[in-house]
Design a protein. Structure first.
Length: 231
């Protein structure tokens, strides 16, 4: 939660300063942009719902690119929230500036053999996802990025300024998921001041962003272990 502004009796609180990292990303020799700010734009939904390769192939490439099946997913902590460090993230997080997400992941489309061998997301299951997203679009989920990048609900969130999560907590993610490290320091802060009753923090090997699909048995085991501790 954002901090509560202080010393506002004689002057209103100042709006948050613009984050310079986006200008810095755009100015890199290979210009880049952060996916969360792209997802907050108006064209993002149509870029995916009307992807040139079709929703099904878009999702197949997207799921593959962010999974442990993509062998370049070997994450590590970044040292700072800066353009040079963020540019180390794969393009599904820090995209090339002129591309849509559909164009970004199309370059990583798995082969027909890899698709046929995929046991955690068979093509028949993906067909259900792609039919639903083709029908509804992606905008409902994209609204989260609009909130997170615009600060439109900061005043409401300030009600929780300085608070911690004090119920029993557990964090489960894929060891091959860059998402754990995309904001430097938050993984450590979560285990310290963020959650005061952290009973488990597990990075599951052999899973990327879709840990509950890629390694369902291990996720279930960890959940049961957490519930037993919490009891």
């Amino acid at each position: 939660a954002p901090p509560m502004p202080l010393n506002t009796v004689d002057s209103p609180a100042k709006p948050p300063a613009e984050d310079p990292v986006h200008r810095e990303l755009a100015a890199l020799p290979r210009p880049r942009k952060h996916y969360q700010w792209y997802y907050a734009t108006r064209p993002a939904n149509a870029d995916m719902q009307h992807a040139p390769q079709g929703v099904h192939d878009f999702l197949r490439a997207y799921y593959h690119h962010k999974s442990a099946d993509w062998t370049d997913n070997t994450p590590y902590p970044l040292t700072s929230w800066s353009a040079g460090e963020l540019a180390r993230l794969p393009t599904y997080y820090v995209m090339d500036a002129g591309e849509t997400m559909a164009e970004t992941v199309a370059k990583e489309m798995p082969s027909p053999a890899a698709i046929a061998a995929n046991q955690w997301l068979p093509d028949g299951d993906l067909a259900y996802y792609s039919a639903e997203y083709g029908r509804t679009g992606f905008q409902g989920g994209l609204q989260w990025y609009r909130y997170g990048t615009s600060g439109m609900l900061n005043s409401e969130m300030q009600l929780f300024a300085g608070r911690s999560i004090d119920v029993p907590s557990c964090f489960i993610s894929g060891k091959q998921d860059w998402g754990t490290y995309q904001r430097p320091g938050v993984f450590e802060a979560m285990q310290g001041r963020g959650c005061t009753k952290m009973l488990g923090c597990d990075l599951v090997d052999g899973a990327g962003h879709w840990v509950q699909q890629e390694q369902p048995a291990e996720v279930s085991r960890l959940l049961l272990e957490f519930l037993a501790k919490a009891a």
